[in-house]
Each structure stands twice: as C-alpha cells, then as structure tokens.
Design a protein around this ligand. Sequence first.
Ligand SMILES: [Zn+2]
Length: 349
Amino acid sequence: MNDERFYPQIDIAGTPREMGLAHGRQLRDRIHATGKAMREKVGVAPYEAGWRAFQETLAYCRTHAPDLVEEMEGIAEGAGIGFRDVFNINAHLDLMVWKRLVWDKRDKGESPGCSSHAVATPSEVLLGWNGDDWRGWLDCGAVVRGRPTGGEPFIYWSLAGSVGRPGMNTHLALGANSLPSHCWRPDGLLYPMLSRRALACRSTEEGVELFRRSNACVAMNYLIADGAGNLADVEMNAERVVVQRPADQGTEDYLLHTNCFLDADLAGAQVDPDAVCPRLTAARRLYREGMPEDAAGVRAVQSDHTGGVCVHREESCTVVSFVAEVRAGRFHVIRGNPCAGWARTYAVG
Ligand SMILES: [Zn+2]
C-alpha cells in the first residue's frame, strides 16, 4: 500500500453508501490531494461557475444513476470532504471541456492523450489502456476493486474519489479515450459514471446498448472486449453514437483507438487511421508487424517510442498503463510509463 512504485489499491463492498464510505476512508489523503489539485487546475472563478453550470448535470445524474451519486456522497463523508469536491473529481474531464467551451469560449484545445488496444487471440482476450495526462495525477490515482451487493464485481483505475473509469469485470474489459468536443451538454452522465455502468455489463453487446441509450456531457470513445472475443469501438458525442467493429477498421481480431474520431460523419471528413494520429499510426504498424499474443505483447506496443504511444512530455506522461486478461480475470497495472514501470497484478472479483 505504501510502496510508491505502485498505485494504492482498495477493496470496497456492499451497498452504494457502504462502498462510498469505505472508499472515502481508505483513500482519504489522496482524495483531499486530488480535490485540491482539481481546484487549482480549473481555477477559482471557473470552479465556482462550473458548479452552478453542473447543477443540471447533477440533477440528471441523480435521476439516471442515483446509486452512483449516493456512492459519491459516501465517499465525501468517508473522506471528510465536501460533496462538491467529490462530484468535481468525477467531473474532471467534463469540467475541463466545459471550461474550454463555455467559460473560455474556445472551440479548439488540446485534449489529454490516451491509447486503447483490444485484441482477441486464440487463447485470451486482452485489453490495454494507457492513460496519458498531467504528471501530478501520479500522486492522485488508485486501483479500486468492488463487490457491489447484487451486482457484478469490478476493478478499475481512477483518480481517488472517482466512482469509475477504464477497468474490467469477470465478463469484459473497458478502455476509453477523450475525443474532440465541440459542444457540451449538461444533461448527461459523467465519464466515470458511464465507465462504471459499462463495468456492470456482462457482454460487449450489453455495453454497446448501454452507450447507445446513454447521454454523455462530452465526446468520448469507449473500447469494449468480452471473454467471447467480441470487440466494439464506440464513438459518442453530445448528439450521436457510432459503433465500429474490427472489420470497419480493416482488421480481423483487434481494435486500436487514440483521441481522434475514426467515423467520417463524426469527424466531419474522411479519416485515414494510418495518418490521423502518430500514436495510432505506430500502434497499427506494430500490430500489423506482429499481433500481440499475450499481455507482454500488448505491453510492448504500449511502451512504443517510435510514435510516442508511451508519453514522455514535460508536463504530462502516461500516468497509468494496464492490460486486462479478460478470460483469466487478471488486471495488470503500472503506475506511470509502461516502458519503465513495474506491473502489479490483481484478480477481479
Ligand atoms: Zn516510455
């Protein structure tokens, strides 16, 4: 737990409130650090204005995901921090998009990088995710493993205080990448909440249906891989959801995604996946040269420096890198860059 080479890992179980309280108590210091960093990154005035703007989002979440709002209330109580800070930790990505589009009135902006790989080999289904973001989050992340009463056991990596993000359950694994948002809608579920809902699904098809019927505040990509080897690549913005399968991307057994729309309608123009993003170009080339057959093979692509899949910049880096072995139920997590880090392995459930 105190080894700085690894993210802290907690176990939570029970009702939403019980899980929230356990989460808040075990990650108390890290949740306070995350809340403080979030306020500083957003800035005092937009942080205040954002809370007013997100009241409609909070009301929407209370109606459509009351259990997850209750869990956030438990986290706040357990950590001894205000509910607003916990909600804003969960709204991290959504709040940054709101700040750029609504507060700063800028349509263009750099989105944090991320890469997701899903591959079905003859013996295993693998899903890898590099979360690339501000270096400061290295001291704010955590691995959360849960056993909800009457629900599917899950495990995910996120910022302390978040109710979800990419991870896995005993049926499937989930990756995610932010996409360029040109509008923000208040009446949607936050990215960690949508992720957590996906981690309650039992198949890729169930996950696809979830995203098809969900509202998201910002544009996102979700990659889903289940134990049967069904892979789906979901792109959604405030208005539409598009689902691609390996055949749509010219592959048979794998899907690769970074932070660009691949669907022509959503992108607003025809997209060449081999040229749209250097990290995607590199991953596609490496997969063509030799499709990964195991977690180490996915890790090798996640560690690529020819196209910068493994991110080393002054302010940002790959803050988390994981590989999920869906059939075996193993979750291998590295804190920081995969080229240099040590993986710690967790069993789901
Ligand atoms: Zn590296």
